[in-house]
Design a protein around this ligand. Sequence first.
Ligand code: NAD
Ligand code: UDP
Length: 311
Amino acid sequence: MLRILVTGGAGFLGSHLCDRLIEAGHEVVCLDNFFTGRKANIVHRLGHPRFELMRWDVVDPFKIEVDRIYNLACPASPPHYQFNPIKTVKTSVMGAINALGLAKRVRARILQASTSEVYGDPAVHPQPESYWGHVNPVGRRACYDEGKRCAETLFFDYHRENGVDIRVARIFNTYGPRMLASDGRVVSNFIVQALRGEPITIYGDGSQTRSFCYVDDLVEGLIRLMEQTGVTGPVNLGNPEESTMRELADHVLRLTGSTSDLVFHPLPADDPRQRRPDIALAREALGWQPTVPLDEGLTRTIGYFRDLVGG
Ligand code: NAD
Ligand code: UDP
């Protein structure tokens, strides 16, 4: 049994990770400031003898004796991370410094939830870990992209300078139950709109692509990376099945049986044109690859949102 800290543990990915770690017999401390996370995501764990909840902001230092740290605290959806961009940078950068300082002090292994956004609007497709990316450092997405890039830098400097045992996961678009209905990300937006019979909002002409990974697969990848020896990463974790946003809208309409219309809105600035992970490294080093096809993952996610918003 390990003592494991999950920052951002009340969020979408973090709460699924807490569940899996508790089910595996570990002791879990969930630290969250509830900016985008919710008690509802972890309420079923409150009172569990191996679960502890800490309301805390990672921008402020924290001290806990643990063996592992998963550093997930950071808003992930563009409307949320752009709501207070300076705070987003502080969360990524100061959160990483505080989590790494703790890892150094208590000799914990630490994993950073990095992102495909470090590749920006990629000129290389699909994206291997060796690609350095194409990020606008002064745009609206920079608070997130550059904050995450700086966090990666900090991880590797703490590793080289202080011997901290690090793991860096570059997570590509992940979806599933417990996303917020008001999250603003494309999968939750399309499903909620379809279920409510509201127009499906496509930004741009919908020809931009993303590759969507179901949450259970992603959590499995994070745990494998954490427990694998001899791999620091960065390692891409995502599903290489690529779709345009038009195709995603069609899938959602078909699977919900909705007759919602499509409406087209302007494409936000710096919105990446294409994104698909090269997961050769994850396959080879972790023996990991996604197992849940898009239709199946969407069906499960639609079931969750039906309970939440009706339709
Ligand atoms: P989320 O918004 O649901 O979860 C983020 C959690 O962090 C929330 O519970 C939030 O309250 C908490 N948080 C935010 N700022 C904090 C702070 N200053 N102090 C303490 N807690 C704070 O998002 P998610 O999709 O679960 O993402 C989790 C992590 O994975 C993030 O770091 C995100 O950047 C990364 N990631 C997610 C995806 C994805 O597609 N879901 C893709 C790439 C990277
Ligand atoms: N998008 C869209 N309609 C929406 C929300 C998003 O067409 O209601 C598009 C968005 O412009 C982007 C893609 O879907 O091209 C993925 O957006 P999301 O915010 O989910 O993730 P990210 O852009 O961070 O990959």
